[in-house]
Design a binder for this molecule. Structure first.
Ligand code: GLY
Length: 400
């Protein structure tokens, strides 16, 4: 049996040539690959410096202009990004000092597999132990990831159809758009264990989020507070955005990345449609600057006299590169070019710190929590993580 019958041969060849055309037009640029190779080597140097100033029992979080490194306990939501970035940088540079540092950080992070008090286990455990497994598979990491998926699943409420995000505050059952990023761990758990319950939780959470988090322009609310007894929406609010009705930039990027992963994991077209719509909200936005690195909220009235959020840019760039593989030719090229633009901008001195500066972090100019006046215009571990990931995804697309 040949691959195509004669009757199907012509359409099949047309289909294949169309695919090849789209892929060719998305071929990485050689000069940019060289730029990213240099950036990744610089990043490795920065992270070695960061290692030298970070106490062994905590994780780096941010660095302030007052030359103060801020660290976090492993229970903080960002604790997986530092080891995760070290694993990526090891893959990029083969520098074993980075690998060894990552492994030693996994030892302090491991206990979080049993943490049932957070929805952030995907960020914390999949970006770290998942990346470790991709380099050298270890059954112990599988076990840790399975326990993490089990812990995360305890936060799912079938009446609401969502995983609860936070236990703090006066919320009833808060779900934040960021939570879309934790679902990849659940898909992994079903694949690994054969237990479909993790997959079902992820799909239900994503469907409920499409229904209640998204507005008609495909921007997203930050927080939906549900009534856990009947699943109704109690309030639509923000925590880190400018206003309840505004489009917080990082939230839009989390959603874009999250629905791209949903399509990868399920191949359900509705998630591709959702990711495309979110991508267009971002790319077509009149207040997206020409370098495509967004202001921290698309609706803050202070634009342009306010801060960019490099983290929102790097997350979107990495997501757009993946989405460009699934999209039709026109969108594919748009997403690829936009990602190129963002990563190019982030690789300039405007965003990339000089060696030994910025506390060893790679990127400057992210915003963590503007309303709380916390982490404003600073480096952040997740801005670095998705910037590294984006550059590596770009390089990996060569000749594909
Ligand atoms: N997940 C919290 C944030 O994006 O700041």
């Amino acid at each position: 049996m040949t691959l195509f019958s004669k009757k199907l041969l012509v359409p099949a060849l047309l289909f294949l040539s169309g695919t090849i055309q789209a892929q060719n037009s998305n071929q990485p640029n050689e000069e940019l690959i060289k730029t990213f190779d240099k950036a990744l080597a610089g990043a490795a140097g920065q992270y070695k410096y960061l290692k030298s100033i970070t106490p062994v029992d905590v994780m780096p979080k941010t660095f302030y202009a007052t030359k103060k490194l801020e660290t976090s306990k492993t229970s903080w939501w960002t604790s997986g990004f530092y080891p995760g970035s070290l694993f990526y940088l090891y893959q990029a540079t083969k520098d074993t000092a980075l690998y060894n540092e990552a492994i030693s950080r996994l030892r302090i992070l491991e206990k979080e597999q049993f943490n049932k008090g957070t929805h952030d286990l995907g960020f914390m455990m999949f970006c770290s132990f998942g990346n470790a497994n991709a380099i050298q598979h270890d059954k112990k990491y599988d076990e840790i990831l399975m326990n993490s998926a089990k812990s995360l699943s305890t936060r799912f409420n079938p009446t609401v159809g969502c995983i609860k995000s936070w236990d703090h505050g006066t919320w009833k059952f808060p779900v934040i758009i960021d939570n879309m990023m934790n679902l990849e761990l659940l898909f992994w758990a079903t694949k690994y264990s054969g237990d479909s319950s993790y997959y079902k939780i992820a799909v239900t959470h994503a469907n409920t989020t499409i229904k209640n988090h998204y507005r008609s322009d495909f921007s997203s609310f930050h927080v939906i507070d549900y009534n856990p007894d009947n699943g109704s929406v109690h309030e639509k609010k923000t925590a880190q955005g400018y206003a309840d009705a505004s489009a917080w930039a990082r939230g839009q990027a989390w959603g874009l990345y999250g629905y791209t992963v949903m399509y990868r994991a399920t191949k359900d077209k509705k998630y591709l449609v959702q990711a495309n719509k979110i991508a267009h909200f971002i790319i077509d936005h009149p207040r997206l600057p020409s370098d495509k690195v967004p202001y921290w909220d698309y609706d803050t009235p202070d634009i342009p006299a306010t801060y960019r959020d490099a983290s929102a840019g790097s997350i979107a760039a990495s997501a757009l590169l993946e989405l460009s593989k699934y999209a039709d030719a026109k969108n594919s090229s748009l997403y690829f070019k936009t990602a190129e633009k963002i990563l190019t901008a982030l690789s300039t001195p405007t965003y990339t710190a000089k060696p030994g500066e910025n506390g060893g972090f790679i990127l400057k100019h992210s915003v963590g929590h503007w309303p709380a006046n916390s982490e404003v215009d600073v480096p952040l571990t997740y801005a670095d993580y998705y910037y590294i990931e984006g550059m590596m995804r770009y390089k990996a697309m060569k000749n594909k």
